[in-house]
Design a binder for this molecule. Sequence first.
Ligand code: FPP
Length: 246
Amino acid sequence: MLLANTPETGGRVNGPRHVAIIMDGNGRWAVARGRPRLFGHHSGARRVREIVTSCPDLGVKYVTIFAFSTENWKRTQSEVAGLMSLFRRYIMKEMQAFVKENVRVRFIGDRLKLDDKLRGLMDEAEEMTQQCTGTNLTIALNYGGRDEVSRAAKRLATDVASGRLSPDAIDEETLPKYLDTYFLPDPDLVIRTSGEARISNFLLWQSAYAEYEFIDTLWPDFTPDVFAELIWNYGARDRRYGAVTA
Ligand code: FPP
């Protein structure tokens, strides 16, 4: 049986409740096949539903995926446009399937920079799936950890300036309520595909105690079997949250 992963369980857990994934390697996967980078992104997008629908059997209740970072705007205009079009089409095409699978979809990141059409589709997807009680899929779109903390600080400062919040009330409990992820538990496991061992500004505050898996597999090759193996590996770890176990 899978146990809840809180420090109260003594730090010994059998499976992660929340897995965050940096889906990297689409471009290299495509180039290795002599195809354009966008072909890799499309192939990567097809993996998402497979992974999400494998979550209930693995005891994973929350999965958060990094789809587009605040730094990704620096890519060529055609790649950015292609990705934005992929996100629009993806939401239009996949949401009925997610409703059927009882998957609740939410987005994190700064939406203001995204176009109206995409923003409207994101709102619709969140609305359509808000009654779903199965896996929680969170898609990070125009997301950056530092950007998120800066936006949270701005809102905190506004609340302090208006007298709604006392500076003394700002602590580790209060601050996360201002983050985009206020509705999520912290990730237990962060996976990055494609052999790069960095976190690239993903869930900086939230991953303070997460376990990490950096694997060589490129995202379009990341099958539910590869995912399951990482979940099983995690079960063997001993999370101590800074404490000592006997
Ligand atoms: C990183 O690979 C991937 C991205 C910047 C985009 C992630 C998007 C997807 C997996 C597809 C769409 C997702 C959804 C939710 C529809 P890279 O381009 O940096 O690969 P590289 O390091 O090999 O160049």
